[in-house]
Design a protein. Structure first.
Length: 113
């Protein structure tokens, strides 16, 4: 399948239309679909992370933690060790995303030469 017709590129085109100005936007610099492998014990946290993608603050400065807490409440997660552990995983994903976006921006900056 040609790269321009891949399911990921089609989804990207749909998402770009809804991206807030200056907010997190998927970059179209990736090559064809690349498999991502996730340890089985990480799947629940990964699922919650994906569900929380609507909770980014403007300018992709981080997640809205009140929104995250509300999501946890809606999911019936009681306060305690499991919830704190999941929040820690979500924050690790958040930090990785922010760092990756910063790295992309740095690569796109003109060198001034």
């Amino acid at each position: 399948m040609p790269a321009e017709h891949s399911p990921v590129r089609a989804q990207l085109a749909k998402l770009q239309a809804f991206a807030p100005s200056g907010g997190p936007v998927l970059d179209d610099t990736s090559s064809d679909d690349v498999p991502v492998y996730i340890w089985p014990e990480c799947l629940p946290a990964w699922g919650h992370w994906n569900n929380l993608q609507t909770q980014w603050r403007p300018e992709a400065s981080g997640l809205d933690y009140a929104g995250v807490a509300s999501y946890f409440d809606e999911q019936g997660m009681r306060h305690g060790k499991k919830r704190r552990s999941l929040f820690s995983c979500i924050r690790a994903c958040e930090r990785a995303a922010i760092d990756a976006w910063a790295e992309r921006r740095a690569k796109k900056k003109p060198t001034g030469k």
